[in-house]
Design a protein around this ligand. Sequence first.
Ligand code: HEC
Ligand code: HEC
Length: 202
Amino acid sequence: MMRSKGLRFIVGVLGALLLAGALSATAQTAAVPDILPLAGKQIYALKKCGDCHDKGAKEFTPIKAAPDSAKLSAHLEALKSVNVLRQDSSPRRQKKTMAEEVVAMTAYLKSREKTDAAAANMVTAGFVMVRESCRNCHLINGVGKGDMAPELKGVGAKHDKKWLVEHFVDPQAFVKDSMMPKFGALPKAELEAMADYLAALK
Ligand code: HEC
Ligand code: HEC
């Protein structure tokens, strides 16, 4: 009697654990955040916005509402903020990059809770994919240009992480005459983070 009760208890606990695991797995795939707010989170960190805006900051000023881009641009100008997404040589390109950074940080501040819940490698992936302008060729999450290259929706069901990393390094080894640039010069951690992100797009 005692034994079967104990067994039933164990089976019950295992069942609950399996169910919880399955639920969190589906929640995870459903919740792959867009690359733009992820990039925004990294840019916010690199620009040290938290020095004034995160709890515990010495001169704490809370960010109450998501900013509009024009206001945020003016704020960055007043702070003499320098670009962190890319180092451009021409002032025209620097201005363009700064505008991209503002758009990404605005997207981050608009979905802060959800984006803060994302794993660190997802944040890296978003930052790298925005920096490398993957959306100039690919539709990712329905956004971007989709006429030159395959849409990346569902790419994780097609390719595994190993394939994805090898393809980044040398796309032409997979598709002769592929227009995709080689990304083999990027740090391995960045390639792996992008592969993790794409592998999660099932
Ligand atoms: C040196 C401190 C400092 C830094 C660094 C700083 N801010 Fe601010 N920020 C302020 C202060 C002070 C205000 C409130 C007065 C104002 O609007 O200028 C403010 C206001 C804001 C607001 C409007 C807040 C609201 O809800 O009304 C936003 C959005 C904002 N900052 C975003 C950023 C972002 C993004 C960064 C990083 C790129 C950043 N700030 C870096 C000091 C700072
Ligand atoms: C200049 C355009 C261009 C850019 C920029 C580009 N790609 Fe591609 N990509 C392509 C083309 C064209 C293909 C199809 C041929 C191939 O597989 O190489 C492709 C294929 C892919 C595939 C395989 C898709 C499949 O369904 O098999 C992945 C994954 C991918 N790209 C990811 C990326 C990522 C991530 C970035 C940014 C770091 C990026 N690409 C940047 C043009 C581009």
